[in-house]
Design a protein around this ligand. Structure first.
Ligand code: MIC
Ligand code: SF4
Length: 641
């Protein structure tokens, strides 16, 4: 029986387990990436492991998120990351060099290799045929130290792309169509592998737009095969030696199949406040726009920027619209600066931002009250822009640029003939913003600013786990709800005591207060709890506040792993009706916890209501140990002892 591309890469990297769907496997990680908002924590944890030098083929630390330096905190964190990287053998991508996923694609991605990144959009690397997975900082720290990465063998879904896109329909519309069909929960436990005749019509950055937003499906990752299109891209990046074919066998078998006829797609829009609320642009009539933001790791490549430049060329941005553009990398910005594309943008009135995440993570450019903001980004969760009342829509760069001119959401097909921007035969290559690590690191002093506080450590599991229900939240709660991130809070990513004051406050303003007054407790949630970002802070802040367990209808993959890594028990309702029967401030208890965590089913007693709930504890034996010993770091210490 033939293998698909995902299975081939997993097989080559398999360290433990059998590649049977649902069973735990461990894979070797070739490369890692971190960014600055998760990186400080990841490097503090790496230091706690006591390993001198990274053991990967290459690890890179990027500075791209916390670039709004309105006090010393972010700059202090950058200095910490720069020095810790220099000491331990990690390459450092300086601020200004670009968004981690875009730079990684250009300069460091290698087909057939594995990449683990402390950012949920790490699967962007799947656009070039890597097995690229997002994880919490601690998992990335362990991988940097040479440790394997554990996942349950995902279902591999074949996404068969037929035909070819019509003019003005883009890669963004393909992934929005996937989200429309499958929703933000549709990819949990799955890898989406794109195949079929449509694949060869898509460039590497277009493929990367699709694999990037596979994160919004909740997928473990997404991947395109490595073919001649990839070879040409790597050649143009001066890295042809990194190329190899990664293709599914002709008789490859898949667990599920989806088919998309590209020729039937139309330009799409994801409406507020979820990436899966997708409609055709033609269905939106008279939606006035106040802000347009172009960029992010989803749509900031050279071709994306040049299309925008062409649409804006010789025109003026509508007087009611503020247009921002953040080219994805220094390479992209430099190229459009040299060929005049940037001049067209500036002349039209675009506000050019640094090559970084910027407005995507609420780092500046929050829209006005009740504004409509059109963004080429990947997430439009309520409040993420920094303005709670803003209505954020997700679109392609083409829709964004044309709407910025028109002042309302507009269909770029009205522009007539499509513009054709070819992929460059040679990209402008200058890696002078990548700092190499020191050869030994012995004489390098790590600089720690006053904002860097120790991270909270879990305690070993007690035999009785009890606590009050501190809050009860609904479905699809994101990590942006659990641990909000905006220009005011991002500077405190290495200061959990400060962040904890804001934990879950978008859902329940009093959550931190209640947690403190009751000496911690338990969270009750609906389905897909913890979707979105990889931020471990969404587990560390609850840990700091004494949260012992989360009872939910279901969990998002990375967040569940982060909870377990930090000793918090994730439990799933066997009978969803039980969710309805629990109220805030009910007293819950898990008796004989140490015995119960050995099994797949755990009984939780509600002492207030005199009821019992059967919860499933769907974890691996290794994760049971993590809960027992109080998280991954404690388990590793225990194992060493
Ligand atoms: C995001 O897009 O939400 C982020 C900010 O990139 C996060 C990482 C973080 O919270 O620091 C992610 O996607 O993992
Ligand atoms: Fe940065 Fe936004 Fe991409 Fe996250 S989704 S890495 S904040 S650009």
């Amino acid at each position: 029986m033939g293998l698909n591309a995902s299975q081939k890469i997993i097989k080559k990297h398999l360290v433990k387990g059998n590649m049977k769907q649902g069973e735990e496997i461990a894979i070797k990680i070739d490369r890692t990436l971190t960014q600055d908002s998760t990186g400080t924590m990841a490097y503090l944890q790496f230091e706690a492991l006591g390993i001198d030098r990274v053991k990967t083929k290459r690890s890179v630390a990027y500075i791209d998120h916390n670039i709004l330096q309105s006090g010393p905190e972010n700059a202090d964190d950058h200095l910490y990351i720069q020095t810790v990287a220099k000491k331990h053998g990690i390459y450092f991508s300086r601020p200004g060099n670009g968004i981690c996923h875009q730079v990684n694609l250009e300069r460091f991605s290698v087909p057939g290799d594995t990449l683990l990144g402390s950012d949920s959009h790490t699967p962007t690397g799947g656009g070039i045929g890597m097995l690229a997975i997002g994880a919490g900082g601690l998992d990335v720290a362990v991988a940097m130290g040479g440790g394997e990465y554990y996942i349950n063998m995902p279902k591999i879904v074949k996404v068969n792309l037929k035909g070819k896109l019509s003019p003005w329909v883009t890669a963004k519309d393909i992934i929005l169509e996937m989200l429309r069909r499958l929703t933000v929960k549709g990819g949990v436990g799955k890898i989406f592998e794109y195949v079929g005749e449509g694949v060869k019509t898509l460039s590497v950055p277009e493929r990367a737009t699709i694999t990037n937003m596979g994160a919004e499906l909740g997928a473990t990752t997404s991947i395109f095969p490595s073919d001649d299109v990839v070879r040409e891209f790597l050649k143009a990046q001066g890295r042809e030696e990194d190329f190899s074919y990664v293709q599914p066998d002709e008789d490859a078998v898949y667990d599920e199949e989806v088919e998309i006829d590209l020729s039937t797609l139309e330009p799409m829009v994801a409406c507020p406040h979820s990436p899966d609320k997708v409609v055709k642009v033609s269905e939106l009539k008279n939606v006035k726009v106040n802000q347009v933001c172009i960029g992010s790791c989803t749509n900031s490549s050279y071709v994306d920027m040049m299309k925008v430049a062409h649409i804006l060329d010789g025109k003026t941005v509508n007087e009611k619209v503020s247009l921002t553009i953040s080219p994805g990398s220094k390479q992209v910005l430099n190229m459009i600066a040299k060929n005049g594309g940037l001049a067209s943008m500036v002349e039209a009135g675009a506000r050019i931002l640094e090559s970084a995440c910027g407005p995507c993570i609420g780092m500046g450019q929050s829209p006005s009250t009740d504004a409509v903001s059109l963004r080429t980004f990947n997430r439009n969760f309520e409040g993420r822009s920094g303005t709670k009342s803003a209505m954020v829509y997700l679109v392609s760069p083409e829709i964004a640029a044309y709407s910025a001119l028109k002042g309302h959401i507009a269909d770029p097909r009205e522009l007539g003939d499509s513009i054709s921007i070819g992929m460059p035969k040679e990209f402008l290559i200058k890696d002078n913003m990548i700092v190499s690590p020191d050869e030994t690191g012995e004489d390098i002093k790590v600089v720690r600013g006053p904002n860097i506080k120790p991270f909270p450590k879990a305690k070993p599991c007690q035999d009785i786990t009890s606590g009050k229900v501190l809050t009860k939240v609904g479905d699809n709660i994101t990590t942006d709800h659990i641990m909000p991130s905006n220009a005011k809070l991002l500077p405190y990513r290495s200061n959990i005591p400060h962040l904890a004051e804001y934990c879950l406050t978008p859902c329940d303003e009093d959550f931190p207060k209640k947690a403190k007054e009751n000496g911690g407790g338990i969270i009750v949630a609906g389905s897909n709890y913890g979707q979105g970002s990889s931020r471990e802070h969404a587990a560390l802040a609850p840990l700091y506040l004494g949260v012992k367990a989360v009872l939910a209808k279901s969990f998002a993959r990375i967040h569940k792993a982060n909870l377990i890594n930090n000793g918090i028990i994730p439990l799933v309702f066997k009978d969803e009706a039980d969710y309805e029967n629990i109220d805030v401030m009910d007293e819950l208890v898990i008796e004989n916890t140490l015995e119960q965590i050995k099994k797949d089913v755990i009984v939780v007693k509600n002492k207030t209501k005199g009821k019992e709930y059967t919860m499933s504890f769907e974890v691996t034996d290794r994760q049971r140990d993590m809960i027992k010993f109080g998280g991954l770091l404690n388990m590793m210490k225990e194992n060493r002892a």
